[in-house]
Design a protein around this ligand. Sequence first.
Ligand SMILES: Cc1cc2nc3c(=O)[nH]c(=O)nc-3n(C[C@H](O)[C@H](O)[C@H](O)COP(=O)(O)OP(=O)(O)OC[C@H]3O[C@@H](n4cnc5c(N)ncnc54)[C@H](O)[C@@H]3O)c2cc1C
Length: 369
Amino acid sequence: MHDIGVIGLGAMGLASAWAGVRAEASVIAFDAFEPGHTHGSSHGETRMIRRIYSEGRVYMPLLERSYALWATLEAETGERLFHQTGGLDIAPEGHDLLIQSRACAEAHDLPFIQMDAATANDCWPALHLPEDCSVIQSPGSGVLMSDAANTALARLTRAGGAQLQWNTPVSSVQPDGDGFVIFTPDGESRVRRVINAAGPWADDFSPCLRDVIRAERQVIGYFDGPPGDVPPFQRILEDGRRLYLLPAAMPGRWKFGLYHHRRQSGPEFRGASEVDAEDRRLLTACLKAVLPGFPPPDRFEVCRFTNTADTRFIIDRAPEQPGLVILAACSGHGYKFAPAIGEAAVALALDMPATVNLLPFTLARQTKL
Ligand SMILES: Cc1cc2nc3c(=O)[nH]c(=O)nc-3n(C[C@H](O)[C@H](O)[C@H](O)COP(=O)(O)OP(=O)(O)OC[C@H]3O[C@@H](n4cnc5c(N)ncnc54)[C@H](O)[C@@H]3O)c2cc1C
């Protein structure tokens, strides 16, 4: 019997498995697909990590713990997984994004520079910001090498004795005495505790999630380097849409996306899907309008968000099954937090003291979608 069974080996499942072996638990983990697959949310070479968090200060303990654990992962693997490039939050003057970012920086004593559009355009002419924009620069933000980090997490976890079973879909999980049985086409595995990290499919194993999480199809575009140096940024456009742009590799390639680009959400958007002409048209037009000097995107890729109503994560025990821990709904901004979320899940699973306050991430505080 294993101490922990993990369903799903995206960022959250991998980080949970790593935390499990660090806690000297025996871990078995399953994914329906092969390493690096593109059916979930965690594929791709890079993710943005923002040191000042405009989504709210409730994320700061998780964020601080994650920064520490990304450094631990780098030290243990000898690989550079975090590039501190700095980052920008850009929005029309007075927008809530800027108010929240500034409040977060001041409350946590984090360095930042706020500047008007003219100053930002002097620093980064490629941005072409309109006059009414304001910019907050955060020197501590940067880029995580997500594919490399996922591979490193899998390697460390296996070296720590965990069994990672790829191409092994979990068909069901049944309570059994003081633990659970996990059923797969290869057979049954008995575990004391389960961590449900199945991303867009998490409600298959936790029906309590059915009305509170929803998968959303997201398409991102890639292009070769912008003219001149630009830090990764998120920007609220004049029509309220949110654009993000970051290196897709270090250096040279770039990628960008528009949050909720077509608002395509629901169970039918959980699995594989092709990029279509409307995705290409919409993203190409947006890039051209907002960043006229940038090359047009030459490749597109589908990814998935799993959203809650307020984009907060769920890190909690299942209400009727306290031995099953739910990690869900990382709502398009969870990657940077993966090591701290995985550690929190293992603490819940093994009844260990939590390293961060998880009250903001309970299932009970979620509203129905
Ligand atoms: C386009 C895009 C851009 C993003 N940018 C950022 C960013 O810049 N910064 C940031 O912090 N976050 C970002 N995110 C969010 C971040 O990537 C996600 O929050 C994170 O990857 C979620 O990981 P996960 O492990 O919960 O889900 P997933 O990666 O989807 O993993 C779930 C896994 O469960 C497996 N699974 C499902 N069902 C079963 C089953 N029955 N049996 C076995 N396995 C199963 C799946 O195969 C999958 O591998 C972005 C997301 C997208 C889509």
